[in-house]
Design a protein around this ligand. Sequence first.
Ligand code: SF4
Length: 316
Amino acid sequence: MTFSDTVKKHGLLLERSQTTTLQVNVGLTCDLTCRHCHQQAGPHRPEQMSAAVIDEVIACARRLRFETADITGGAPELFPGLSRLVTALAQSTPKVIVRTNLTALARPEARSLPELYRSCGVTVAASLPALNPEQTEAQRGSGVWSASLDMLRRLNDLGYGREGSGLELILISNPAGAFLSPAQAQAEQRFHRDLERRHGITFSKLFTLANAPLGRFRSWLESSGNLTPYLEKLEAGFNPCAVEGLMCRSFISVDWNGHLYDCDFNLAAGIPLGGTRRHITELRELPQPGSPIATADYCFTCTAGSGSSCSGSTVP
Ligand code: SF4
């Protein structure tokens, strides 16, 4: 059964609510080639946002007043226009989030970014899939574990993830294989306990995410014979309570060319906003509540179990 038929079967409607978040994908260049990456980002990917599209994104954020701007990639740190984008969005948008794989933030060209983030009050959302080097490096590559811990300590030294600092440090964990994440609240307790006791690292909160069967993760599912069982697992795990909190109900994603999507997964799959190709320059007002959302088979990723989104579980 298709995703939209499954939603209907449960007497629900998948349509936009209030659009609050502009997610900005600045491009696909990355220093890592993680196995689960639905964007297939990597060092070999040249796609990056042009100066003209940065201007259009900044103008759009000024005109439409989103509550949140969420900057992602690739590794945003390898995008030369990042400082300009962050500084401008922080002036127009109450909350700015920048996603990081932590290793790119440690590169020489990113040296000044942590201080810039602090001065702009940016929330840092950092990938840390697991609490051990083996699982982390199986997904993200050798050397990533200790580089990630070093960067988390540096962020802590700046006040990020320290109680009372007002500087939010979110960790993001995703499974290593063809299964779903454990419950977010329990995983968060475990991460807090383990990182503080063993490494002296603190953070604000943990988001657990499911891997979407797209891009490099889909290729791995296919080559390992896990694609059909994983799709079946996602579909069987459909939780009607997860529909209300789906990110596509409140997000707009813009790619490096300025094209619009309902979410980052649709961006990766090339399925445009509401099914109709549009550019950010055409976005004169926010989509009305009730506007359509384009869906596909990978949407079951977002409704399986406790639900999954760029903001973690969607069901408490
Ligand atoms: S993949 Fe995107 S469109 Fe589909 S349910 Fe998830 S957030 Fe919504």
